[in-house]
Design a protein around this ligand. Sequence first.
Ligand SMILES: C[S@@+](CC[C@H](N)C(=O)[O-])C[C@H]1O[C@@H](n2cnc3c(N)ncnc32)[C@H](O)[C@@H]1O
Length: 186
Amino acid sequence: MYEPAEDSYLLEEEIIAFCKDKNINKSLDMGTGSGVIAQTLTKFSAQVFAVDIDSKSLAKAKKNTEGKIVFLKSDLFKNVKEKDFDLIVFNPPYLPEDEHGKDKELAGGKEGVELTLEFLKQAKKHLSQEGQILFVASSLANLNLLDKKASKDFYLEKVRELPLFFEKLYVYKATLEQKVVDQVKE
Ligand SMILES: C[S@@+](CC[C@H](N)C(=O)[O-])C[C@H]1O[C@@H](n2cnc3c(N)ncnc32)[C@H](O)[C@@H]1O
């Protein structure tokens, strides 16, 4: 199980800032790990879903958390039937694969963004029209590729950053609504 670290707390900070004046009915924490983010979501959201591909993480997250959280074992949205989420968050494995190969908690593909791009593609079908996505990315990954591909479907914005010794972590916000507005204007 992934122990909460700077990236978890950066996303958590943004969630707290983002949710404080909003009425969130349904939210989803993708890649819940220890459940730390799902637990934070329970303070703001009437229904919280938490997903992980790893059974052991899910078992620990269930023990670590309290309140009504629906836990699902799923590879991204494969087993997620619910739609119309107001908020979907993901602190994904965001590092480029290296000589150590694939670590499911850390490596997000050769460029470090492939899993995130697949997540965004699938998330689109589960988001309410005004829904928002918040996710973490690293300067060590190919963020140009992320921007280029994700911007086809979403309006993307960096809303928070944290400089670390070797990298900068970012929280991105992705919205459909703004994209729709822009497309109407064009
Ligand atoms: C960087 S950890 C984040 C854990 C926790 N959300 C946090 O912020 O501390 C990434 C999590 O994503 C999960 N994960 C990796 N690939 C996944 C996939 N395809 N579908 C669902 N979860 C996945 C991992 O098992 C891990 O728990």
